[in-house]
Design a protein around this ligand. Structure first.
Ligand SMILES: NC(=O)c1ccc[n+]([C@@H]2O[C@H](COP(=O)([O-])OP(=O)(O)OC[C@H]3O[C@@H](n4cnc5c(N)ncnc54)[C@H](OP(=O)(O)O)[C@@H]3O)[C@@H](O)[C@H]2O)c1
Length: 323
């Protein structure tokens, strides 16, 4: 039997829980496609699966995002050909040389988007897209706050937000990150210390229309305090840890504001939504209006180092694994 290199988690824990193993070649079942990956996207959610914050049955191969070419198709799959270039954010175990995925979750790649860029932008690009078009649809002139504005999500939110006419205020933790966020379209980039007071100053005392907060525990209270009346706190992640239980009365006190906690799956649930959103994101990349920063590439075998660096705030832009 042929084997494939993959990262496996047999017991949840720190980055050391990511071990390189040889597994039997995965085979596509009915309705599935086997993809030979050339680039794998690392996402913060992969660290939640690894640590056990989001429980999964062990052993498992982490990761969901990658790009490459179709290696085989299962029974009943039509319209997908072996050798075709594809990407997905729904792979079953992307930290591997080969991974299977439902044919209906595959996205064909346009010629203008190389595999690396597709693996770098698909999941986070579609997320930035629904956050800015659906969770709080930004309008030209809206002041909005984007946390971790030099991160994978943050650079895309800053660019797309600015392109939609929003006045983007970012946060970032180092001078290098401040520069990257500015170049991506954040007009002002703040440190985290006392950011809500700075946001009030920058908005003439009003506050922002929306906060896009993927940091969570350490920013939540001040994010709430940064909103204008009827503003929207879009809590889409928790890189600093989960937000503790919350008294809903605080929404009234903060100005009859809204909090939403969205997740990508619900915004690309149908094939039509997936293709529309992916098509818009990849089209912007191919057309040169959305630039994708790959901040770090690691060999697949060094997935643990990739997780360490991502969680220690040492990365900017997207982190990729190369099989
Ligand atoms: N809901 C969804 O649909 C969805 C989809 C994709 C991603 N997400 C979420 O989006 C967030 C960002 O994901 P990403 O993959 O793009 O990661 P990332 O933003 O590139 O990396 C995390 C960044 O968070 C900031 N941070 C602040 N406090 C931190 C702490 N205590 N520990 C670690 N990082 C901290 C750091 O930037 P600074 O050093 O500048 O502070 C760090 O670089 C994550 O929470 C992820 O779960 C949600």
């Amino acid at each position: 039997m042929r084997s494939v290199k993959a990262i496996q988690i047999s017991r949840t824990g720190g980055p050391e829980a990511l071990s390189l193993v040889d597994l039997p070649d995965p085979e596509p079942g009915p309705g599935q496609v086997l993809v030979r990956l050339s680039a794998i996207g690392v996402n913060f959610v992969d660290t939640y699966h690894r640590s056990g914050l989001y429980p999964r049955a062990v052993p498992f191969v982490p990761g969901a995002e990658g790009a490459g070419e179709v290696a085989a198709v299962g029974d009943g799959v039509t319209g997908v050909t072996v050798g075709e270039r594809v990407a997905s954010s729904d792979l079953a175990g992307a930290y591997a040389e080969l991974a299977v995925v439902g044919a209906d979750r595959l996205v064909p790649l346009p010629p203008g988007v190389p595999d690396e860029l597709a693996a770098a932008v698909l999941l986070q690009g579609m997320t930035a897209h629904y956050l800015l078009f659906d969770s709080y649809p930004v309008r030209p002139g809206d002041p909005v706050l984007v946390h971790a504005a030099a991160g994978g999500m943050g650079l895309l939110l800053s660019q797309l937000g600015a392109a939609l006419g929003a006045r983007v205020i970012g946060t970032a933790s180092s001078p290098e990150k401040v520069e990257l966020a500015r170049a991506a379209g954040a007009g002002t980039v703040l440190g985290y210390d006392g950011f809500s007071a700075a946001v009030r100053d920058l908005t003439g005392g009003d506050g922002v229309a929306a906060v896009y907060d993927g940091v969570g525990r350490s920013t939540f209270d001040e994010s709430l305090a940064s909103l204008r009346r009827h503003g929207v706190l879009v809590l889409y992640g928790q890189s600093s840890g989960p937000v503790p239980p919350f008294d809903l009365g605080r929404l009234a006190a903060a100005g009859s504001v809204y909090v939403t906690r969205p997740t990508l799956g619900h915004f690309v649930a149908t094939r039509q939504d997936l293709l529309r959103r992916a098509g818009d994101v990849l089209g912007r990349v191919a057309g040169g209006t959305l630039s994708v920063r790959v901040g770090a590439r690691y060999p697949l075998a060094e997935a643990a180092r990739a997780h360490e660096d991502l969680q220690a705030r040492r990365t900017t832009g997207k982190v990729l694994l190369l099989p």
